[in-house]
Ligand binder design. Structure first.
Ligand code: BGC
Length: 738
């Protein structure tokens, strides 16, 4: 379609939604309307009359495990199978764009929407999200990666300004988006509600223009989060193509007026219209049917990959056939919580309850099961007589949801009391948790034998939990976020959720395990932790440098236990001396391998320059500092089982100099440094030279002094012209090294 056929009014009308969930159509130009619908872990389809708060009903659809669970699978295959199934269901309902996945980093355990996000780590987030997006789009349904960017809390989410320095943005909050844009070409990117350094995300030409389009090469459509546009003309200029939902024509009229009065270039309108037309053309869902039963079975299988076995003293799990009596306690055993509240809320096609699934396993092994919602006097008797007690605990939608943040990380007191009272009388106690955000285990951790962190596992989570408890599935989830000892230990504690309209990201790149490792703060369970019913060994790590700033790591993993199982190989890089403050180690590659008992496999992991680099703000580039790097294989971020140090040539760190640069930068500069020394020496007496050499602390004292002041103070006769010339040479050297 040629957009010249359209009037300005028609073009403007295309730039906002026809209703809550559709784009506008223009019949005479043959342009159809397409449907956009939540959400990341299932289809939330409400037709035209949607709400984005998860209040109204939606058409039944499979509720797959939410991102909090998928994050813990550490398996792109899980994300991909989920994405493809979601795509099939979306197609069946005629939906063109599925609004997800959410790529925001779990900055604080308190964020009410953490259940919709994958991890505190950008690499894990990016890899899983890219797999989801590729598979979804492979089914012909577009993705909308969200919420771009720095939308890490719900408090004041529509206005708060995330105050984040550029290095932190580049290293923590943007890389997952960058990875997906570059590797999965998402159809759309959703601009967030919040402001970033004072500017609304929908109005940030730096974010949407310079970074997203120019640097990363994104050529899809930018859609606003629902209601995130304040000033339509400013948002359009910055790169927000589609405003959702529509405003009944009010904002379209503002666009028309701005073009007419010369405030807005019509070419900007045309660019956005072309992108909307392209989206509409490309994502025309082919009719599809899907087998709801098969998707339910898939949801169960995927959920089994996600739960994390945190603790398993004396191998109390899996429940062996010699266990005759099982006592199940807790309301969540019959009324499970398997998804979060808000715009991603799905009307499931079916719900598996843990109790029924446990009963089914027990029946086949001739074991008896008793159940009580609370530990009252009768129930206590059954627990005492049982060989094992399983307590179901977790959070409710009142505790955590889109739209508000939590104030603490404790389980409800009554549940803690139930766990402790059960553990006091039971022979063995297992706790199964269902929660979207991290909960503290401190009040009861030492009193129980095993803990299975189920997060929110989707509609088939009940069966998946039974599969794991009875060993039909071997747990293979790993924590995608740290479980701290105390909320106060978290690096954002001083700066969450901010005040007076701003939230300062003062912990900078030290988010989650990056901080705990740096500050050597003990945690209950570190990022990457998770147990299995079998054991694995890592041997023969060999790291080969393959260029100035890249390498390849290879290692052998062996299943040394007696059950088939899956192991997550976690590769961290620990930088040596660096010119900026860096975390002790950062996750730079991972892969999940399935091994039969006794089986070994050789795993190879390429490490590109980004694996070693930090973002150099002054030079606006990713830089690998020359020097040593230790490649570490971890069972978690806190437990390294193999490592090898390599030396990389990296990039010159020489900074472009000026008369305001400190002496240290001048002396350290490979080109200007020696020349400056020569120039200075010419003017020093023998006595002055001796003094300078013998009193090195004097030099350290003046390290940070700008050279202009140094020359003024000391009266040394190095001319400004000489310094200007050397500075010019340094700039040329830096430009050449880039
Ligand atoms: C949420 C988005 C969601 C949109 C549409 C907003 O409130 O932040 O994640 O896709 O509503 O329901």
């Amino acid at each position: 379609m040629d957009i010249d056929q359209l009037t300005l009014e028609e073009k403007a009308s295309l730039l906002s939604g026809r209703d809550f969930a559709h784009t506008e159509r223009i019949e005479h130009a043959g342009l159809a309307s397409i449907a956009l619908s939540d959400g990341p872990h299932g289809v939330r389809w409400q037709g035209q009359s949607g709400d984005h708060l998860g209040i109204g009903d939606s058409v039944p659809a499979t509720c797959f495990p939410p991102a909090v669970a998928v994050g813990s699978s550490w398996d792109p295959e899980v994300a991909a199978r989920l994405g493809a199934a979601l795509g099939r269901e979306a197609r069946a309902l005629g939906i063109s764009v599925s609004l997800g996945p959410g790529l925001n980093i779990k900055r604080s355990p308190l964020c009410g929407r953490n259940f919709e996000y994958y991890s505190e780590d950008p690499l894990l987030t990016g890899v899983l999200a890219a797999a989801h997006v590729c598979a979804l789009q492979g089914e012909g349904v577009g993705a909308s990666i969200k919420h771009f960017a720095a939308n890490n809390q719900e408090t004041d989410r529509m206005r708060v300004s995330a105050e984040v320095d550029e290095r932190t943005l580049r290293e923590i909050y943007l890389p997952a988006f960058e990875h997906v844009v570059k590797n999965a070409q998402p159809a759309t990117v959703m601009a967030a509600y919040n402001r970033l350094n004072g500017v609304h995300a929908t109005e940030s030409s730096w974010l949407l223009g310079d970074v997203l389009r120019t640097e990363w090469g994104f050529d899809g459509l930018v859609v606003s989060d629902w209601g995130a546009v304040g000033d339509r003309v400013a948002a359009l200029k910055a790169g927000t193509d589609l405003q959702m939902p529509g405003t009944g024509g009010i904002d379209d009229a503002k666009v028309v007026q701005a073009v007419r009065n010369g405030e807005l270039d019509e070419a900007i309108v045309d660019d956005s219209v072309r992108r909307i037309v392209a989206l509409t053309r490309q994502y025309r869902p082919e009719p599809a049917v899907h087998d709801a039963e098969a998707h339910h079975r898939l949801a169960r299988e995927l959920a089994g990959e996600c739960a994390v076995l945190l603790k398993n003293d004396a191998d109390v799990l899996p429940i062996a056939s010699r266990i005759r009596r099982i006592a199940v306690i807790g309301e969540q055993a019959t009324n499970p919580r398997f998804q979060g509240a808000g715009s991603s809320h799905i009307t499931p096609t079916h719900i598996d309850t843990p109790l029924e699934a446990i009963q089914a396993f027990a029946d086949s092994g001739d074991q008896t099961v008793t159940y009580a919602p609370q530990l009252d006097v009768q129930a206590a008797e059954a627990v005492r007589e049982a060989d094992i007690a399983i307590v179901f605990a977790g959070l409710s939608a009142d505790d955590e949801s889109e739209g508000f943040d939590r104030e603490h990380i404790h389980l409800p007191t009554a549940q803690v009391e139930t766990i402790r009272a059960t553990a006091a009388v039971a022979a063995r106690t297992v706790v199964v948790l269902s929660n979207g955000g991290v909960v503290s285990l401190e009040d009861w951790h030492t009193e129980v034998d095993a803990i299975l962190e189920g997060w929110l596992l989707g509609q088939a989570g009940g069966s998946a939990i039974a599969d794991l408890l009875f060993g039909a599935v071997n747990p293979s989830g790993r924590l995608a976020e740290t479980i701290p000892l105390r909320l106060q230990d978290n690096p954002v504690h001083l700066n969450f959720p901010g005040e007076a309209g701003k939230v300062l990201y003062g912990e900078r790149v030290m988010v989650g395990y990056r901080y705990y490792g740096y500050a050597q703060t003990p945690v209950r369970y570190p990022f990457g932790h998770g147990l299995s019913y079998t054991t694995f060994e890592t041997t023969d790590l060999a790291v080969t440098v393959t260029g100035d700033d890249c390498a390849t790591a290879a290692l052998t993993v062996t299943n040394t236990g007696s059950r088939p199982g899956k192991h997550v190989v976690q590769l961290y890089i620990a930088p040596g001396r660096a010119p900026v403050q860096r975390p002790v180690r950062e996750l730079r590659a991972f892969t999940k391998v399935a091994l039969a008992p006794g089986e070994s496999t050789r795993v190879e992991m390429p490490l590109s320059r980004r694996a070693f680099a930090y973002y150099d703000v002054e030079a606006s580039r990713w830089t690998v500092a020359p020097g040593e790097y230790t490649v570490q294989i971890g069972e978690s971020a806190a437990r390294i089982v193999a490592q090898q140090t390599i030396t990389l040539t990296g990039q010159s760190l020489a900074k472009p100099l000026s008369l305001e640069s400190p002496l240290k930068d001048w002396f350290d500069h490979p080109v200007a440094g020696p020349r400056l020394l020569d120039a200075l020496s010419e003017n020093l007496t023998a006595e002055q030279k001796e003094q300078a050499e013998s009193q090195s602390h004097l030099l350290r004292m003046i390290d940070s002094m700008p050279i202009r002041q140094f020359i003024d103070f000391t009266g040394l006769t190095v001319s400004t012209e000489t310094l200007e010339r050397l500075a010019e040479e340094s700039r040329a050297a830096s430009a050449a090294g880039r």
